[in-house]
Design a protein around this ligand. Structure first.
Ligand code: ADE
Length: 222
């Protein structure tokens, strides 16, 4: 899989992809993440990528031209399954959207800033809009990192058996059961006996019950 992220603040994306699971996935060649600095596609001498809004109002608007030039450069090199604009008014990210995106080959994630992008970008250049929740971030970069993380960890070979994405919360419509590690007792707080029993069938049954109980309590809508 290949993910291209278009941003005017590329440094914001250095650390999410430079560490841990997302870095290992790239090192293993399971995903290629390319971050593109929108300024490099600006045609003016100050390399600006935003301008005042027509009709006035607070906040700058990201210009269509650098975005179009960057998308053109990418789409002329390969076909993309989706060109996604990160936006608080997009479709809300869910595990099922992450699953769906993990089956794609090439994705572009476009990060907005300021008051957003020129509406013509949304009308003509993108195929989809995704939000990571009903709150407004100062830019789409953190949202793009969230989407990329949720997708990349699902790619075959990224997680090992122990951390397999199949046992994640939401994957089967249930929240994951609680987990414990040593010591089996701390300040008088004990690990449930069944987990120490060595009786695998009982342990599985307990995990399933806990998942159902948690889901009912915390996410009855699931
Ligand atoms: N950009 C700003 N806020 C956002 C959000 N909640 N989701 C996705 N992109 C955003």
């Amino acid at each position: 899989m290949r993910i291209d992220i278009i941003t005017c603040l590329p440094r914001l994306l250095e650390s999410p992809f430079g560490d841990s699971i997302l870095k290992r996935a790239q090192d293993k060649g399971l995903v290629a993440v390319h971050v593109h600095d929108l300024r490099e596609y600006s045609t003016n001498k100050h390399r600006t990528t935003d301008d005042y809004a027509f009709g006035g109002g607070a906040g700058m608007v990201m210009m269509i031209e650098p975005i179009d030039r960057c998308i053109q450069a990418l789409t002329s090199a390969r076909a993309y399954d989706d060109i996604i604009y990160m936006s608080p008014d997009g479709e809300r990210l869910s595990q099922s959207i992450a699953n769906q995106l993990s089956l794609k080959k090439n994705l572009i994630l476009l990060c907005g800033h300021y008051k957003g992008v020129d509406e013509r970008v949304r009308e003509h250049l993108i195929t989809r809009e995704i939000s990571i929740g009903d709150y407004v971030l100062s830019g789409g970069e953190l949202a793009a990192a969230v989407v990329a993380d949720a997708v990349i960890r699902l790619l075959p070979g990224v997680l090992n058996d122990e951390t397999s994405a199949l046992s994640d919360s939401f994957q089967d419509g249930l929240i994951a059961p609680p987990v414990y590690t040593r010591p089996s007792e701390y300040k008088g707080w004990k690990v449930p006996d069944v987990l120490l029993s060595g009786h695998q069938a009982k342990i599985e049954e307990w995990k399933q019950e806990q998942s159902i109980k948690r889901t009912k309590e915390r996410r009855p809508n699931l």
